[in-house]
Design a protein around this ligand. Structure first.
Ligand code: GPK
Length: 826
């Protein structure tokens, strides 16, 4: 709008007012107004959801106030900005985090208390957006949080899935999936922008023509879908807010009675439904490709909308398209958005008539690519025939990028074998596009997510590329949003820390190092232990409510939560539990500290082994929890539906954090950081960021076991035979045989045979090879646990040395070493 009066209102301080020094009275007043006039509810009929919604809307106003200020400042400085492209986000509940970042948690609690309402209950009411699978999606949300906090001009682009990650329940010990209707009660945090909408084409064919010797390509699609923007403001700590812009699919035009006759009316409706299917549901496969047509369409859909939006924003500010790469940098969160590379080429060459060479130069300088996995089954490939069917013009562009790239390699005297290895197109079997190669060739920087992972990436998966362009490769170790995962979710510990060292650590996690001096202070230790015990009581209550299993809060809380995957080795943990169980049965249970084993995590619905591992865990629980001989010394619980919300209850209560993946497989891990942040000690392999956590907290404060990546490679090279370990280790044999004894499955000897067979004959993740080392390490852990003073000291030191793993540090690294942009805190 060109309305000067409105503009002057916004550029005055007034827009920020109402977001600074918010009092209890302000909140109460605004909340009641929202309830009455925003929702049209009187107290007599207001449901808990009405009350929650009124509060959320109240707080959203404050957050948007901050957003407006941030936007104004970014625009003033004509700042370089980042577009974060991610197919997944896991923001977690917004309310608590926003209250913390606005610094009005206490004021809000008191305002509500004066109305006889309980903030805690309203916080519980929030349904989180489960728009991601696990670590990768959560990382994207941590990064938005930190970009907002540090004042990085940015937009997070993604997909507004109508159904997020499925809800998991446990039925008869098995995982059952139900659709996640997260929008059912409305979503007070988002604002739809019907006018920020773009058309996205699919299918059809291309037509080539020449004008003055210049090739002109026209793409004649056979369908079009419209993407509409839904904005959620993400607020940083004490500072800026940025937008997470999620695209939702709609039919291009609503059916129009005057145009369609009766017969076509139904066709039009059908078309509308087909279009809207596009963003219906998140694919629940973590680190595994679905290969599904709809998934490719989702990827292209959100990428195309996002690029069109960025070009719009760029031109809106009166800039030239040629300068796009100077003003925007686009981060590819894994290869899921890597179709952006040919899409930007298409937009520049076909739609904006730029020469190929110039367009390629710009494109290559616009994208940066983060790799999140080395697992072969997770490296995206799209068959040439499918990609050509959905995106015929993009296939041509990919071929052209590849032709030029391979020509360059030939000029550099690469041999045929090297060229075949590096090609964007895999030519054996069904021809397919290697998306990691496309992303690498099309980016100015490529990074892994921990030091070890980045090194392995350059040594293995992208070795040839790292040799060709060594300066392109770098590392940014992951980090986590510690305000959410400590200050919001573990208020008792946060208060204790603040009481002792002040609250400066909320701005910079490195400040938490001051706790070091208190690690041996007996009074502080006592308080530390009391907080942990309190948190454990809360979790025990929660578990009792959800599973019926009773856990004594004084037990050692040994926790394994993350997606269920063989490489993460939940089954190694199970072998340990059975080892303890059989020891007790044999009367050799001395030295075992009473322990509660707590698991959580979803299995991809089509992942046979992962689902069976869940059944194994719950079966071991049924056996152990009720065995009089065990006498409550061991408890096993599977907490259903692990999510950000659940995670916030779990980490604060952990004594021991299980990070036991086979070395070389976990790119980084971020749960490992959240556990240590909450004072849990880690038992782990030298994998992912465990390596750096151990470096930071000190090897004497970390329980290490298992093979290194070199050890793993060596074992595989030598022809690893798990059967030998089975035969040579009597205790291990006893445990494995127990799996197929029927004792875990009401006499059914076959139920767990697939796991048994896999372990003794294949064991691709070296569970049996690492078994003894793990058991020995656990024995040390149980000894350490019996010395509470030693344990609490280690716990305090873990927290004191966790500073590096703040996502603020990660975002600073991205800004300094990749994006080359200034941070701009308001
Ligand atoms: C990696 F490739 C993928 C994927 O598809 N999903 C996913 O969650 C995870 N990841 C890694 O497994 C973790 O080690 C890592 O910490 C996380 O991404 C964030 O980088």
């Amino acid at each position: 709008t060109q309305n000067r009066k409105i503009e002057s209102f916004f550029s005055s301080r007034e827009a920020a007012e109402g977001t600074l020094d918010i009092s209890k009275e302000d909140i109460k007043d605004a909340f009641l107004k929202k309830l009455f006039y925003g929702l049209g509810r009187i107290p007599a009929v207001a449901t808990k959801n009405d009350l929650y919604t009124a509060l959320a809307l109240t707080i959203r106003d404050k957050v948007f106030g901050r957003y407006v200020r941030s936007l104004e400042q970014f625009a003033e400085k004509d700042a370089r900005a980042i577009g974060y492209l991610s197919a997944e986000y896991l923001p977690g509940p917004h309310l608590g985090n926003n209250l913390l970042n606005l610094e009005i948690m206490d004021e809000t609690r008191e305002a509500l208390a004066e109305l006889d309402l309980d903030l805690k209950e309203l916080l519980e009411q929030e349904v989180e957006p489960g728009l991601g699978n696990g670590g990768l999606g959560r990382l994207a949300s941590c990064y938005l949080d930190s970009m907002a906090t540090l004042g990085v001009p940015s937009i997070g682009y993604g997909i507004r899935y109508e159904f997020g990650i499925f809800n998991q329940s446990i039925k008869d010990g098995w995982q059952a999936e139900a659709t996640d209707k997260w929008l059912h009660f409305g979503n007070p945090w988002e604002v739809v922008r019907p006018e920020i909408a773009f058309e996205v084409k699919f299918g059809g064919h291309t037509e080539h023509s020449y004008e003055n010797d210049k090739l002109h390509v026209k793409w004649i699609p056979n369908t079009e879908v419209k993407g509409v923007a839904y904005d959620t403001a993400i607020l940083g700590y004490q500072s800026n807010a940025i937008i997470m812009r999620l695209w939702s699919a709609e039919a291009v035009e609503s059916f129009d009675f005057s145009v369609y006759n009766v017969g076509d009316y139904y066709k039009a409706v059908e078309k509308k439904m087909r279009s809207e299917n596009l963003t219906k549901v998140l694919y629940p496969n973590d680190e595994n490709l679905s290969g599904k047509e709809l998934r490719l369409k989702q990827q292209y859909f959100f990428v195309s909308c996002s690029l069109q939006d960025i070009i719009r924003l760029h031109l809106l500010q009166g800039r030239k398209l040629e300068d796009l790469h100077e003003k925007f940098t686009l981060q590819l969160n894994d290869t899921h958005p890597s179709i952006a590379v040919p899409e930007l080429m298409r937009l520049l060459v076909d739609e904006h008539a730029m020469e190929w060479d110039e367009a390629w130069e710009k494109t290559r300088n616009t994208f940066a690519y983060t790799n999140h996995t080395l697992l072969p089954e997770a490296l995206e490939k799209w068959s040439v025939s499918l990609l050509g069917k959905i995106l015929p013009r993009h296939l041509e562009i990919i071929y052209e990028i590849n032709r030029r790239f391979l020509d360059d390699l030939r000029n550099l005297k690469y041999n045929g074998e090297q060229i075949a290895r590096m090609s964007l197109i895999e030519d054996w079997g069904e021809p397919a596009i290697r998306m990691a190669h496309l992303a690498t060739v099309g980016s100015y920087k490529v990074n892994g997510v921990s030091e070890l992972h980045s090194r392995l990436l350059q040594k293995q998966v992208l070795h040839d590329f790292a040799q060709l362009w060594p300066e392109k490769f770098t590392n940014v170790t992951n980090g986590v949003s510690y305000r959410r995962f400590l200050a919001v979710s573990n208020p008792a510990l946060a208060d204790l820390i603040t009481k002792k060292i002040g609250n400066q650590w909320l701005q910079n996690l490195n400040g938490i190092k001051e706790l070091e001096n208190l690690a041996l202070d007996p009074d502080f230790q006592k308080e530390w232990i009391a907080v942990k015990l309190q948190n454990k009581k809360h979790l025990a209550n929660h578990i009792k409510e959800r599973t019926g299993i009773e856990i004594e809060p004084s037990m050692l809380f040994d926790i394994h939560v993350k997606r269920i995957h063989e490489y993460k080795r939940q089954h190694l943990k199970v072998l340990h539990i059975l080892s303890l169980y059989l020891r007790i049965q044999a009367g050799k249970g001395d030295g075992i500290s009473p322990t509660a084993f707590i698991f959580g995590g979803k299995a991809a619905p089509g992942y046979f082994m992962a689902k069976r591992i869940i059944k194994l865990i719950t079966s071991v629980g049924d056996l152990v929890n009720n065995d009089p001989q065990v006498n409550g010394k061991l408890k096993v619980a599977f907490l259903p539906n692990f999510s950000v919300k659940q995670a916030q209850k779990v980490y604060p209560a952990a004594d021991l954090s299980e990070q036991i993946s086979m070395a070389g497989k976990e790119a980084s891990g971020t749960g490992n950081m959240k556990f240590a942040l909450n004072g849990a000690l880690t038992v782990g392999t030298l994998d992912g960021a465990n390596v750096e956590i151990r470096e930071e907290v000190g090897e004497e404060n970390f329980f290490l076991f298992g093979l290194t990546t070199d050890g793993v490679q060596e074992a595989k090279k030598q022809g690893y035979r798990p059967y030998n370990y089975y035969e040579e280790n009597d205790h291990l044999k006893e445990i494995l045989d127990f799996l197929v004894s029927g004792k875990l499955a009401k006499g059914d000897k076959e139920l767990f045979r697939p796991i048994y067979d896999n372990l003794i004959h294949q064991d691709p993740y070296l569970v049996l090879k690492d078994f003894q080392s793990y058991i020995d390490c656990q024995n040390k852990i149980h000894t350490a646990w019996r010395d509470p003073e030693r344990w609490v000291k280690m716990s305090i030191l873990n927290v004191a040395h966790i500073g590096k793993f703040s996502s603020d540090r990660s975002i600073k690294d991205y800004s300094d070493n990749i994006w080359e942009l200034e941070v701009m805190k308001v």
